[in-house]
Design a protein around this ligand. Structure first.
Ligand code: IPE
Ligand code: IPE
Ligand code: MG
Length: 237
């Protein structure tokens, strides 16, 4: 039997919370809450399966345009989650980083993020990135500005700008590009996630709604990935 190739880095777009709640005649926030429980389980499952890096999309730069009460509900839930996972992350040896336009979030977020990142900085297990107020285009613009400032301050010369230099200024610096992208909820688009980083990522779409996503579904995605022939990116033998 062929051995299964395990992706080193999986990126997940956790979609379908609203529809999951609607099917139960419940408010969308109920779906988001259930989704956050799914995420706690999937973090453990991902590491159990031998994956080293997991990046998940929790809130996009576009999500601000949702109804005010949903945005408020999501912000409260995210704050609760950032607080809640400190202990769980340490117990599971998970190193957590927040990516996205974090500076635009309120002070409470800043201290929760600081606390979580510091508390888990020395963990050596799963490297877990949570994308919060994240947009791929926004990340590319912020990165461009960082590099432009370094040029203006004579720290670097324009001539040395290349793909490696650009990547090292992204939010995902030091994190290998995702090998496998999973989107739950049935939509087949990237919705502004990791645009630079996923130039050669294998894409996998499933109709399973995020709150229903289980270790078996993760296994199916990895199995599907394992059968693909990769020419570029991180070719796993
Ligand atoms: C994804 O679920 C979670 C977030 C975007 C925060 P949705 O809220 O998009 O759920 P659907 O797609 O409407 O079912
Ligand atoms: C993408 O899901 C963003 C997150 C999962 C955080 P959306 O539900 O917001 O994406 P669109 O609007 O369907 O493209
Ligand atoms: Mg959606």
């Amino acid at each position: 039997m062929d051995t299964i190739k395990i992706p080193k880095h999986i990126a997940i777009m956790m979609d379908g919370n609203g529809r999951w709640a609607k099917k139960r005649f419940m408010p969308r926030t109920f779906g988001h809450r259930q989704g956050s429980k799914t995420l706690e389980n999937i973090c453990k499952d991902t590491y159990d399966l031998g994956v080293e890096y997991l990046t998940v999309y929790a809130f996009s730069t576009e999500n601000w345009s949702r109804p005010k009460d949903e945005v408020e509900g999501l912000m409260n839930l995210l704050k609760e989650y950032l607080n809640k996972i400190v202990k769980m992350s340490i117990n599971n040896n998970m190193q957590v980083k927040i990516i996205g336009n974090v500076k635009k979030l309120d002070n409470e977020f800043q201290s929760l993020i600081n606390n979580l990142e510091k508390a888990t900085a020395n963990c050596t297990g799963l490297k877990f990135q949570l994308a919060l107020n994240y947009g791929g285009k926004d990340e590319i613009i912020r990165t461009t500005k960082k590099i432009a400032l370094e040029c203006l301050n004579n720290k670097i010369d324009v001539s040395i700008i290349n793909e490696d230099l650009f990547a090292s200024h992204l939010d995902t610096t030091d994190i290998p590009e995702p090998d496998l992208f999973i989107r739950t909820g049935g939509e087949k688009r990237l919705s502004n996630f990791l645009l630079w980083e996923m130039a050669y990522t294998e894409l996998y779409f499933t109709d399973v709604l995020w709150p229903d996503f289980k270790k078996d579904d993760l296994g199916k995605a990895i199995y599907d990935f394992s059968k693909r022939d990769r020419r570029y990116g991180n070719v796993i033998e």
